[in-house]
Design a binder for this molecule. Structure first.
Ligand SMILES: NC(=O)c1ccc[n+]([C@@H]2O[C@H](COP(=O)([O-])OP(=O)(O)OC[C@H]3O[C@@H](n4cnc5c(N)ncnc54)[C@H](O)[C@@H]3O)[C@@H](O)[C@H]2O)c1
Ligand SMILES: [Zn+2]
Length: 370
C-alpha cells in the first residue's frame, strides 16, 4: 500500500493506494478515527459490485452503515439528487458525528462531497473512488459540486475529505472506454509536471492497459502525488492549479460542440491536449519533434472517436462562450517542453483556427488507419 499525504494545514489528509484495500476498510477506518455511524453513497450497480461486501464487512466490525443509492449518470449530478440525500439523512437522524462515504466515480464523489460540505454546515466524508478518472483526479483536491441546467459544475464548494482510499482492484470491472478516458488524465500529469513520469507512462502503456496491479499502483500514486503537490500550493485555483487544465480549454469546447454526446470527458481532453500541443509549437517554442512525440503518446492510449466531421466554427464558438463565462478571458496551458508548462491568456483567433484544423487532421488520419 502506498500513502500520499495531502498537506493543507489542519485540513490535511492521506490518500491510500493499493490492491484489495476495500477489504481492509474496518482497520483503515479504525486507524483514522472514523466514527461508527456511516452513510455509504453509491449507485445500484456499484453497490452490487463492491458496496454490499463493504457494508457487511464494516457491520461485522460494529460500524452502523446505511446505504444511500443515487441514480447512475452525469445527468443526475444535480441539486435534486443532493436534496434527496439531505432528506434521507434527516429522516435517518444523521448528525455531526456521522460520516459520508462516496463509493463510485467522479459523479458520486462530487455529489457526496457537496452534501458533506453543506449538510449541517459540514460533516466529514471519505472518498472511495472506483474509476481511473476519479482515482487520479476528482477524488483529490476537494472540489465538490453539481451541475445546473445552464452549466456544468456551476454549484459547489471546496471541501476536503477526511480520507481517500483507492482500491486498484475495483478497476478490473471498469469498461475499456472509461479506463482509457481516465488514462488521458494520467498522460496529462506527466506532460505538465514530470518528464520522467511521462516516459514511464509511455514505456509501460501495455502493462497499464492490461491493468497490471503493481503498475497501476505506481502510476496512480504518482498522479495523486502530483495533484497533491499542486493543490497544496494553490488550494483554490488562483495560479499554479491552472496547469491541471492542460488540454481542458480546448477539450471543454469540444465537449460542448459535440453536445456532450459520443465523447467522454477524457477523450475530449485527449484532443484538447493535441490542440494545446500544436499551439505550444506556435506560441511557446515547443520543439516540433517533441510535439510529434507527445501526440504519438496520446494516441497510443487507444482509439478516439473521430472529430474531423465537426465544424471548426462550432468549436470556436464554444470557446468564445466559455471565454465570456470566464470574465472575457480564455486561459491556455502551453508546454515549452515536457514538464515545463506556461499559462497564457488570449491567443489570436487565427491561431486557434489553425490549431483546430491541425487537430482535425490528426483525427482524420488516425481514423483512416483504423
Ligand atoms: N472534483 C473534481 O476535481 C473533478 C475533477 C474531474 C472530474 N470531475 C467530475 O467527475 C465526473 C466524471 O467522473 P467519472 O469519469 O468517474 O464518471 P462517473 O462517475 O459517471 O463513472 C462512469 C461510469 O462508470 C461506472 N463505474 C464506476 N466505477 C466502476 C467500476 N469500478 N466498475 C464498473 N463500472 C464503474 C459508473 O457507475 C458510471 O456509469 C464529472 O462529473 C466531472 O465533472 C470532478
Ligand atoms: Zn479533466
Amino acid at each position: 500500500m502506498k500513502t500520499v499525504h495531502v498537506n493543507l494545514g489542519n485540513r490535511s489528509y492521506d490518500i491510500l493506494i493499493g490492491a484489495g484495500l476495500l477489504e481492509r476498510s474496518p482497520d483503515l477506518f479504525e486507524m483514522r478515527g472514523i466514527r461508527k455511524r456511516i452513510f455509504l453513497v453509491s449507485n445500484d450497480s456499484l453497490f452490487k459490485l463492491f458496496g454490499k461486501d463493504l457494508l457487511e464487512k464494516l457491520q461485522e466490525n460494529d460500524y452502523q452503515v446505511t446505504e444511500i443509492l443515487i441514480p447512475d449518470g452525469e445527468k443526475y449530478k444535480n441539486l435534486n439528487t443532493v436534496e434527496n440525500i439531505y432528506t434521507y439523512l434527516i429522516a435517518q437522524r444523521a448528525d455531526r458525528t456521522s460520516t459520508l462515504a462516496a463509493l463510485g466515480g467522479g459523479v458520486t464523489g462530487d455529489v457526496t462531497g457537496f452534501v458533506a460540505a453543506t449538510f449541517l454546515r459540514g460533516i466529514p466524508y471519505i472518498q472511495i473512488p472506483t474509476t481511473l478518472l476519479s482515482q487520479v483526479d476528482s477524488s483529490v483536491g476537494g472540489k465538490t459540486g453539481v451541475n445546473h441546467m445552464l452549466g456544468k459544475n456551476m454549484i459547489g464548494a471546496f471541501y476536503q475529505p477526511h480520507l481517500v482510499y483507492i482500491d486498484t482492484e475495483t478497476l478490473s470491472t471498469l469498461s475499456q472506454r472509461e479506463f482509457q478516458s481516465g488514462l488521458y488524465e494520467v498522460v496529462k500529469y506527466g506532460l505538465i509536471y514530470d518528464q520522467p513520469f511521462s516516459e514511464l507512462v509511455r514505456d509501460s502503456m501495455e502493462d497499464i492497459l492490461e491493468r497490471t496491479p503493481t503498475v497501476l499502483e505506481r502510476v496512480i500514486t504518482r498522479c495523486c502525488e502530483i495533484k497533491a503537490e499542486i493543490i497544496s500550493n494553490d488550494e483554490t485555483e488562483r495560479d499554479l492549479r491552472r496547469i491541471l487544465n492542460f488540454g481542458h480549454t480546448f477539450g471543454h469546447a469540444l465537449e460542448a460542440a459535440a453536445h456532450f454526446q459520443g465523447m467522454t470527458h477524457g477523450e475530449a481532453v485527449a484532443y484538447g491536449m493535441i490542440a494545446a500541443t500544436h499551439l505550444s509549437v506556435m506560441e511557446a517554442q515547443l520543439d516540433t519533434s517533441v510535439a510529434d512525440e507527445i501526440i504519438r503518446n496520446i494516441l497510443q492510449v487507444g482509439n478516439l472517436p473521430p472529430i474531423h466531421t465537426l465544424h471548426t466554427e462550432d468549436i470556436l464558438e464554444a470557446m468564445s462562450r466559455d471565454k465570456k463565462r470566464l470574465g472575457n478571458q480564455n486561459f491556455f496551458v502551453l508546454l515549452r517542453a515536457v514538464g515545463k508548462p506556461i499559462v497564457t491568456g488570449d491567443v489570436p483567433e487565427k491561431a486557434l483556427t489553425e490549431v483546430w484544423e491541425e487537430t482535425k487532421r490528426v483525427s482524420a488520419s488516425a481514423s483512416s488507419r483504423g
